[in-house]
Design a protein around this ligand. Sequence first.
Ligand code: GLC
Length: 748
Amino acid sequence: MSFKKRISLLSAAVALCYGAVQAAETGAQPWMNARLDAGERAGLAVAQMTLDEKLKLVYGYLGADMDNKKTKRPEEAYKQSAGFIYGVPRLGIPNLYETDAGLGVASQAGPDARAATALPSGLNTAATWDVKTAYEGGAMIGAEARGYGFNVVLAGGVNLMREPRNGRNFEYAGEDPLLAGKIVGAQIKGIQSNRVVSTLKHFALNDQETGRTTLNVKIGDQAARMSDLLALQIAREEGNPGAVMCSYNRLNGVHGCESSYLLNEVLKKDWGFKGWVMSDWGAVHSTVPAANAGLDQQSGMPFDLADYFGPPLKEAVLNGWVPQARLDDMVRRILHAMFEHGVVDHPVAPAVQSIDFKANAAVSVKDAQQGMVLLKNDAKLLPLNKSVKRVAVIGGYADRGVMAGGGSSLVYPAGGNAAPELTPKTWPGPVMIYPSSPLKAIQARLPGATVVYNDGKDAAAAAKLARDSDVVVLFATQWTGEGFDMPNLSLPDKQDELIAAVAAANARTVVVLETGGPVTMPWLPKVSSVLEAWYPGTGGGEAIAGVLFGEVNPSGHLPATFPAAESQLPRPALDGFPEVADRRFDVNYHEGAAVGYKWFDLKGLTPLFPFGHGLSYTDFALSDLSAGVKDGVLSASFTVKNVGKVAGKEVAQVYVAPVGARWEAPKRLVGFHKAEVAPGGAVKATISVDPRLLAMYDSASKTWRVAKGDYKVILAADASDKRAVSQVIKLEAAVYDVHGKPLRTSKR
Ligand code: GLC
């Protein structure tokens, strides 16, 4: 064959291939062209859909049978799963398989719960003050979700801790918008690194469980934007979640899932959110108002009282009450997230994949150990000395395992519940004890000692054992969960009396708390050490023992203030408690944006333990603060020295307090850095400050406005640090858009 012939054949073949590729990309299904951007692909796909196909995508089912409503899950939905939405196979759009939630792959109650790895509580991860740990935990649970065939994880809860008695505090990240937003944003990013969608929730101001579906939160726009909404905004910016879940509560009289202010104005218009808004399960109350207010998908039928986004939505679109363009926008948003986060291009496997539970448990243990907070250790009883001969281990089901929180986020462990007899066994139960025994982990570390367990039910017997021991490790638990709040901040089941009796018998007592949030401690002066272990997750027993014996130096710092008493709270009595079903009541957030330590500062209150508090087995010194403004950005450099004898990690916190201007409270956290420092060593660090944290939000102009004047930059180890160092700097007046981007700096 002549050279010329060969060339012409070759060029014909190349043209053919290109044409085929082109056809694949622009022919039958152009939206499948991964080279196009998500928005373009979504638009192309929507244009091909029939009305009924669009309506399928905006209607979600509970992925479980509902006995009380005599309904069954769709057969395509995974058993005992949170949610399921039909895709459009004709167009290559997969079904959506939804799982809860922020602590791992949860299961609805029933005989076939998936065994999965549970992270420690969200408060524990927030207490690490380490976005890398938060990301790794998210990446792990996102991988397990994909391994089980889920492509939507309903994780990303970041409701601020306005109410320390809130039953769901364990799922969230504490009281400060910056810390909570950064931590949850990192978790969302980690989850979505597995090409699944994560879900920022609950949008918004769903900060207590009592009356959650009937209460009405009252708060102004400015205060909301500078507190709960700021936490959500930062988490969205950091994590770029594909979905947002609107909340049960009313806000200023309007339900979260039909609040045009929240959904259309704040989330979609102001913040530019391109993904979709799903309802919480049972949070939809209308068709036309909800659809036109910005709800894009009804979730979890039959949780709602009606099929709002079923036939009624079809009728509303056909008769024009819901514009066709609005329905198209709903579907486009769902598809945008599916294309953007890899759900279409990387479909989940139909069969369960192999999951490395051993490696995943190690991720959970590491998170737990980085987030446990050493609250007190005056006599340096911790770390425990391995030469000790007689150890009493008391209470907290420590012979069997560690506590987990209740509700939709509950992850069922391999090995099952170590205390199946506990009640309530049904929603919001079961009361789960993960089979990771602190007692066994302690015994394994003290082969030559006598380690005796007492369940703590009889305080006198426990005290007698304590008296006959060299050291006591007493575990105290507080079960919290979704759907209910704590009646007070006291430990339940007479544990305060137990601790007092044991400490009176032996002052060499270490109290390990497994709680869902802050608790009061009337016995605090009587005990030697207190370790807040939160809900420590799958390997919690090992995690706790590792810290008790100093294998890991504790480095957690409180993500929330521990009040000394309920009387210190903005609402000493919890509104609506105890719950009278279906009763509407107002919760007036008169504290505005002064949440947590900001409230304590504003009122001059002294908490039991301040926000940011956390001790170590070594000692640190913070020094060499140097703050300044460059190109309009405030930054602060400093040194963290380890002046003790063992390696450890310190959380350096930077606060700012206006000297002249008035904010909602005396100071705000504006930055933080967790530094690992060798004994005798020093680490330098620099943080930069988001201008929104130096500004007041102006509702009329939707801008963040920094007042000209003096500001005190404070370098501290907690919000009440007496050793804090500070420096006064000058800020020029400046205006930033709703995202915190500079608009103009006025020299006046
Ligand atoms: C629950 C929760 C929500 C959860 C959903 C699905 O009621 O409020 O956080 O993701 O329903 O279980």
